[in-house]
Design a protein around this ligand. Structure first.
Ligand code: ATP
Ligand code: FE
Length: 331
C-alpha cells in the first residue's frame, strides 16, 4: 500500500510517501518557514497557515516526484489532525481531504505526538512494551506504550516543554531561533567550567523547566559569557531529562526506550542514551531527518492506525489540543 503522509501542525510543511508493503519511506519533503517567524520571536499561527497554503502544493509535487509515484498510485491519505496550531493544521487537513475526496481514497487523521512517539521505529515494526520519551517544541512526555493506541502518560512537563526552554534560552542569549541546534553546537565547542543551575524539585516523573529558565535569566543579567550559560543550560537540561527517564525505567522495569521529537537530535542526549545502551537497554532513536516534524512519521503511524480501526469520515476536524491518551483504543 502506498501511503501519503502530511504534516502542517506547526511551522514545517511536510509531505512524505511511504511504501507500507516494503516498510520503506520513499520520500520525505520538509519545507521550513521558520525564517518568517524570526521577527516575531515565535511561530505566528496565521502566518504559518498562509505559508503552508503557499507551499503545500509544491511540497506535495516534490514528494511524489522523489518517490517516483503519481497520484493514481496512492492508496491511503494520512494527515496530522491534532494537536497543533489550529489554522496551520487546517491547511494540511483540507489538502489531504481534497485528494481523498477527488480520488476516492481512504483517509486517516493522525495524532501528531503518537507520530513522534513511534518515529524511532520507522523502517521496522514497533516493538512493545517500551518507554517513550517525547521531547519536542511543545511536549515533554514520558509514555508507557503497551501497544498501538495503548499509552499511559506517566510523566510530563508542568510548564515549558524542553524544546521551548531551549528556544527561550537562545532568545535571552540572542542566539536566534530555533535555539536547540545553536546551543548544542556551543556546548560541543565549550571548554570552560559549567555554571551551577538548579534542577527543579518536581516530585515523581513530571518535569518543570521554568526554574532553569529563570536561573538562566539571572546569569544573563549578571553578565556571564553567553557560551558558558548556553553550555551549562544544556548540561543541566539533558541531565534532568535523563535522570527522570532512568527513574521511570527503574519504576516500571522496562528495558526498551524510544526517544523522539526535535530535542532527540541533541548530541549530549544521544551520548547519555548511548551509555544506557551500553548498560544493556535497547535504545531506539529516530533518524535525524525524522526528529523534527515530518510527514514520514505521519504516514507510518496513519497506516498502522488505518489497519487497526479503519479510515475516518471526511467530516472530521482538527483540534489544537488533545492528549495522547485520548486516542487510546478501547478495551
Ligand atoms: P510539538 O511536536 O510538541 O507540537 P514541534 O513539532 O514544534 O512541537 P519539534 O519539531 O519536534 O517540535 O522540535 C522542535 C524543537 O526541537 C525546537 O524547540 C528546537 O529548538 C529543538 N531542537 C532541535 N534540534 C535540537 C538539538 N540539537 N538540541 C536540542 N533541541 C533541539
Ligand atoms: Fe512536532
Amino acid at each position: 500500500m502506498i501511503v501519503l503522509g502530511i504534516d502542517t501542525s506547526c511551522d514545517d510543511t511536510s509531505v512524505a510517501v511511504y511504501d507500507a508493503k516494503e516498510n520503506r519511506i520513499l520520500s520525505n519533503i520538509v519545507s521550513s518557514q521558520y525564517e518568517f517567524h524570526i521577527p516575531f520571536g515565535g511561530v505566528v499561527p496565521e502566518i504559518a497557515a498562509r505559508k503552508h497554503a503557499e507551499n503545500i502544493d509544491v511540497v506535495f509535487e516534490e514528494a511524489l516526484k522523489v518517490a517516483g509515484v503519481e497520484v493514481k498510485d496512492l492508496e491511503l491519505i494520512t494527515v496530522t489532525r491534532f494537536p497543533g496550531l489550529l489554522p496551520a493544521l487546517l491547511v494540511g487537513l483540507t489538502f489531504g481531504k481534497g485528494i481523498s475526496y477527488c480520488s476516492g481514497l481512504p483517509f486517516k487523521g493522525v495524532h501528531h505526538i503518537e507520530a513522534h512517539l513511534l518515529s524511532p521505529f520507522i523502517g521496522k515494526e514497533p516493538e512493545y512494551p517500551f518507554l517513550g520519551l517525547v521531547v519536542s517544541g511543545g511536549h515533554t512526555l514520558l509514555v508507557l506504550a503497551g501497544g498501538l493506541g495503548r499509552y499511559r502518560v506517566v510523566g510530563k512537563t508542568l510548564d515549558d516543554a524542553v524544546g521551548e526552554a531551549y528556544d527561550k534560552v537562545a532568545k535571552m542569549l540572542n542566539l536566534g531561533y530555533p535555539g536547540g541546534p545553536v546551543i548544542d553546537r556551543i556546548y560541543r565547542e565549550f571548554k570552560g567550567d559549567y555554571l551551577q543551575l538548579p534542577k527543579p524539585k518536581v516530585k515523581g516523573l513530571n518535569y518543570s523547566f521554568s526554574g532553569i529558565k529563570t536561573a538562566v535569566k539571572r546569569l544573563v543579567e549578571k553578565g556571564y559569557p553567553k557560551e558558558q550559560i548556553a553550555a551549562s543550560f544544556q548540561k543541566t537540561a539533558v541531565e534532568y531529562l535523563v535522570g527522570k527517564l532512568k527513574k521511570a525505567l527503574k519504576e516500571f522495569g522496562i528495558r526498551r526506550i524510544a526517544v523522539s521529537g526535535g530535542v532527540s537530535a541533541n548530541s549530549l542526549l544521544r551520548e547519555k542514551l548511548e551509555e544506557l545502551s551500553e548498560k544493556g537497554y535497547e535504545v531506539l532513536l529516530p533518524d535525524l531527518s525524522y526528529t523534527s516534524d515530518n510527514g514520514a512519521m505521519v504516514a507510518y503511524v496513519g497506516y498502522r492506525r488505518f489497519l487497526l480501526e479503519g479510515g475516518d469520515e471526511l467530516t472530521v476536524g482538527a483540534l489544537p489540543r488533545l492528549s495522547l491518551e485520548e486516542v487510546n483504543v478501547e478495551g
